[in-house]
Design a binder for this molecule. Structure first.
Ligand code: NDP
Length: 608
């Protein structure tokens, strides 16, 4: 294990006596250790020999139906929050003829797939769940369990009448523009060929599971699965735990991201032996869940939901607010920064950047001190401490993960930033030692930096016969991330050249509002076609490059330890151009609202 400069203690930090240079150097060393030449290429695509990893284990009954070959006004791809929110806004705009296609067996998107034990919303449900006031729903807890979110997505489907005509257990295989009829033809793995005037693609930001390209991964003879396809038949139990079939099993979990943090306590509870293979420690903050107070819920005034979402988004984007409505580990950093201002840090000549950095050191000190409090073995504790700035990687929140390492049947295998060396027939190798196991659970996350079509699972062929991938290989071009020229009437819901916020459904809400506005304009004015002008998308690509900061819309950055927030530590011009608006989501959402208010729809051309 590397020897590190001493942690500044919180009290020392309060006196401003901590050694910031030493800490910066420690952060740099930890980052450099993890930078890999292969960047995103280190991961394996889940096709071919690995296709089993993405099969649906949750299907109760296979849907049997004839291929569909009709025409609809709007076709939505994806039945997660993106497709649902798009459908809701279109219904509000009076669109009746909507058909939704979804790979899973029902609505839910990420919450359909992620049913691993302990799966829970780690952003406050009162801001994470969309359309709460519209639907009249109040989450049961501050951080609700996955099942409640899944049920809620289905409630949205019913409320907005989106089950009507929806095609579940159906994967889009391609879509192609037909110029003479000005329609898209969308094909699927069930032989459907549906014609649509407009298509909105809500494929999901973290949708395609990824596997680490560890040498020997195919040699392992035991059981394997990815957390987003949890195999309860093998483990027993359910999302609330009780994994009783693991009692005589030696289990490996690879990864310590937000998913592993939630499921490891449940595996540790029942497995005969659990090895957790760690490459980079997560910051694990207090969870502190609580049931919803009915009196508080009754006291809320109309408009409370939007107000709370905006407040949270501002605080996690580093924009000071008069109040902190969510008041949890996500918003604590900005709280610390504001306290420093109140204590006069600004008057003493410190820049905003310096004050923010000091608040960040203080926050991460607390996170590291929490490890010491909760983990008995000091060596294990040291290995579990994250050394990077908060928001370099996605923070996590859990009260059971760290104490799990006090169990006699649980061992942390820290790889000192290098990852698992090799997988053999019988287990995993780290530091020359083989750990024999019966089962490997891949908590290794989802593709982020790969091509849009690869993640979506299908190609989009536009007016010139060119695919979106071919066009974007020359540099991503869109207007505000929602449309690309020569792909008329086709809308994209993603963070590509758009806004990024930790509260992803908020971003989807803003995208859906923008797209519904454009579709409504085309419909009410009788236009057949809409697409960006060349000048419009050139200018937007230039803006994206000009504002880029090397991370995802204000998070991450080149100085950070690698992860999906900074394209695995390898920002390149292509990735930057495909990234979100660098000034953050608050300014981006305002820019869209101003654009709509101004009303000339600059950057788009309508015809027909
Ligand atoms: P992540 O991408 O966050 O984590 C993947 C983990 O696998 C990391 O710890 C990574 O290490 C590790 N890893 C990758 N390759 C190797 C290797 N070769 N050897 C050892 N370890 C390896 O995936 P998650 O599924 O945890 O989370 C993905 C996202 O899903 C989250 O960031 C979050 O946005 C979302 N999520 C949201 C939740 C919610 O409640 N809203 C709950 C859970 C997830 P390294 O860090 O070094 O790359």
């Amino acid at each position: 294990m590397t020897t590190a400069p001493q942690d500044p203690s919180p009290s020392k930090l309060a006196d401003e006596g901590f050694d910031a240079d030493a800490m910066r150097e420690r952060y740099r060393i930890e980052r450099d250790k993890r930078i890999r030449e292969d960047g995103n290429e280190q991961y394996i695509e889940v096709t071919g020999d690995f296709a089993d990893f993405v099969e649906d284990p949750y299907i109760a009954e296979e849907i049997v139906r004839e291929p569909v070959t009709d025409e609809v006004e709007v076709l939505l791809i994806g039945g997660g929050f993106g497709g649902l929110q798009m459908g809701a806004k279109l219904r509000d705009a009076g669109v009746k003829d909507i058909r939704l296609i979804e790979k899973g067996g029902d609505f839910g998107g990420t919450w359909y797939w992620n049913r691993y034990p302990g799966a829970q919303c780690d952003i406050e449900a009162y801001v994470y769940l969309p359309l709460l006031e519209e639907v009249g729903y109040m989450p049961s807890e501050k951080y609700v369990r996955a099942k409640e979110i899944l049920d809620y997505t289905q409630r949205l489907g019913r409320h907005y009448d989106l089950y009507e005509g929806a095609l579940f257990q159906t994967e889009v295989t391609g879509m192609e523009w037909d110029e003479p009829s000005s329609r898209w033809t969308v094909t699927t793995n069930r032989g459907d060929a549906i014609r649509a005037r407009f298509v909105a693609m809500a494929n999901g930001p973290l949708h395609r599971p990824k596997l680490p390209g560890i040498p020997g991964i195919q040699e392992f003879e035991g059981h394997t699965f990815h957390t987003s396809r949890w195999d309860y038949e093998y483990t027993g139990g359910g999302p609330l735990g009780g994994l009783d079939k693991l009692g005589d099993k030696r289990v490996a979990v690879i990864g310590t991201g937000a998913t592993a943090i939630q499921c490891v306590p449940y595996v540790g509870e029942t497995a005969e032996q659990l090895y957790v293979f760690q490459r980079t420690p997560s910051s694990v903050d207090v969870r502190g869940n609580s049931p919803t107070d009915p009196e508080w819920a009754k006291s809320l005034e109309p408009g409370w939901h939007r107000h709370r979402m905006d407040n949270f988004n501002a605080l996690v984007s580093g924009v000071p607010q008069m109040e902190d409505l969510v008041d949890d580990g996500w918003t604590d950093l900005i709280g610390k920064m504001m306290r420093r201002f109140r204590e006069g840090a600004g008057d003493s000549g410190q820049s905003i950047g310096e004050i923010m950095e000091a608040a960040n050191f203080e926050k991460m000190n607390e996170i590291r001190a929490r490890v010491d409090e909760l983990v008995e073995d000091p060596d294990v504790g040291e290995a579990l401490k994250p050394y990077y700035q908060m928001f370099c990687k996605r923070p996590t929140f859990n009260d059971d993960f760290l104490p799990t390492f006090n169990r006699p049947n649980v061992e942390l295998v820290d790889t000192d930033g290098q990852g698992v060396e090799r997988i053999t027939k019988k287990g995993l190798v780290v530091g020359g030692k083989e750990y024999e196991v019966d089962c490997i659970i891949f908590a290794t996350g989802f593709e982020v930096g790969t091509s849009y079509a690869r993640r979506a699972g299908y190609e989009v062929v536009g007016r010139k016969g060119e695919t979106l991938t071919e066009k974007w290989d020359r540099g991503v071009k869109t207007l505000h991330g929602v449309m690309s020229r020569d792909f008329p009437n086709c809308f994209i819901m993603s963070a590509i050249q758009g806004g990024f916020t930790a509260n992803f459904p908020h971003l989807l809400d803003e995208s859906a509002t923008q797209i519904a506005y454009i579709i409504d304009h085309a419909r009410t004015n009788g236009h057949t076609l809409v697409e960006p002008t060349q000048e419009g998308e050139d200018a937007w690509a230039a803006t994206i490059l000009e504002k880029a900061n090397g991370g995802i819309g204000g998070l991450g950055g080149p100085e950070c330890t690698p992860g999906y927030y900074n394209n695995e530590g390898k920002p390149n011009p292509g990735a930057i151009q495909a990234g979100p608006y660098g000034e953050g989501s608050i300014k981006f959402f305002q820019l869209l609202a101003d654009w709509r208010d101004e009303g000339s729809l600059e950057g788009l051309e309508f015809s027909g």
